[in-house]
Write a protein that binds this ligand. Structure first.
Ligand code: A3P
Length: 299
């Protein structure tokens, strides 16, 4: 299947198919409600994980949404075509996801009380996940060799641009206590604790039993077995699961199997250079010593 080249939107490259001029305009004019909850991610940082987790937290553990609605309609992407189709079916409080940088959020978002959960993942694992995703998703450009893909990623010649620009934009918000930061690694390390942090942030008072239930249904294995979340409903011409699964490994530190020592130095120094002079520090060290993320300090 051959796709037209990426749509350019405020300097970002977005794959056609899911996005269109119309969907981007719709997103720009979207009327955000005070009760809306946005999960924001750079692609491959745990978006679909949050599409499973949020409806469960918001409903107090009701499994119906995750068992009956595909993830892309259950917690739609702000910028994608499906939002307009399903918006009237979303139950309140609405949960949405977006890969937009902060400055591209709709005007109504800034004056609303909508909450944001920003999920960050170690960029070394993001790029590995993205590399495989580019191989299986036919609507994305061919990633080239691993070396070539690393340069594309570092230069922002991939969908949604540079990882560092995305992180910087969301670490410099005026959102105060409307935003919480969490890492993919924290979620891997202790999922029930992460679910508790998120539910507290959303003002939900969930029992330990419900938290455990939510964590169970959001485990990698549960999601891999859930046809409403594992992308098996998507025809192979769009996502070729023989090449790679969407729910591929779900681990921390897979980068170790892919980076040479030269690539590690190249990658880390490029990321650190982009972040020079920033007030925040990353919750992981990129030199390879440890993959454990410290809790992200609020800015
Ligand atoms: P890997 O390719 O490293 O396995 P996104 O949804 O933002 O595109 O991110 C996809 C990544 O999140 C994939 O990473 C996928 O396996 C991982 N992921 C999704 N659900 C997960 C879960 N329940 N537990 C661990 N990782 C999960």
């Amino acid at each position: 299947m051959s796709w037209p080249s990426y749509i350019k939107y405020h300097g970002l490259a977005l794959p056609p198919g899911a996005h269109s001029e119309e969907s981007l305009e719709y997103a720009q004019n979207f009327a955000v409600e005070d009760t809306d909850v946005f999960t924001v991610t750079y692609p491959k940082s745990g978006t679909i994980w949050m599409q499973e987790l949020l409806p469960l937290v918001l409903s107090g553990g009701d499994l119906t949404p995750i068992q009956t609605i595909p993830n892309w309609d259950r917690v739609p992407w702000l910028e994608e075509k499906r939002l307009k189709v399903v918006v009237d079916q979303l139950s309140s409080p609405r949960a949405l996801v977006t890969h937009f940088p902060y400055q591209l959020m709709p005007q109504s978002f800034f004056s609303s009380k909508a909450k944001v959960i920003y999920v960050m993942r170690n960029p070394k694992d993001v790029i590995v996940s993205s590399y495989y995703f580019h191989q299986m998703a036919t609507f994305l450009e061919d990633p080239g060799t691993w070396d070539e893909f690393m340069d594309k990623f570092l230069e922002g010649r991939v969908m949604f641009g540079k990882w560092t620009d995305h992180v910087k934009s969301w670490r410099h918000t005026e959102l105060g206590d409307r935003i919480m930061y969490i890492t993919y690694e924290q979620m891997i390390q202790d999922l029930p604790a992460a679910v508790r942090l998120i539910s507290d942030f959303l003002g939900k008072n969930l029992s330990d039993k419900i938290i455990e239930k939510i964590a169970y249904h959001c485990s990698f294995n549960s999601m891999q077995a859930n046809i409403m979340s594992n992308f098996s409903l998507v025809p192979k011409v769009y996502m070729d699961s023989d090449k790679s699964q969407f729910l591929r490994k779900g681990v921390v530190g897979d980068w170790r199997k892919h980076f040479s020592s030269e690539q590690l130095v190249h990658f880390s120094s490029a990321i650190y250079k982009e972040l020079e002079g920033e007030r925040f520090t990353l919750p992981w060290s990129l030199d390879g010593a440890t993959d454990v993320a410290n809790v992200v300090a609020q800015v």
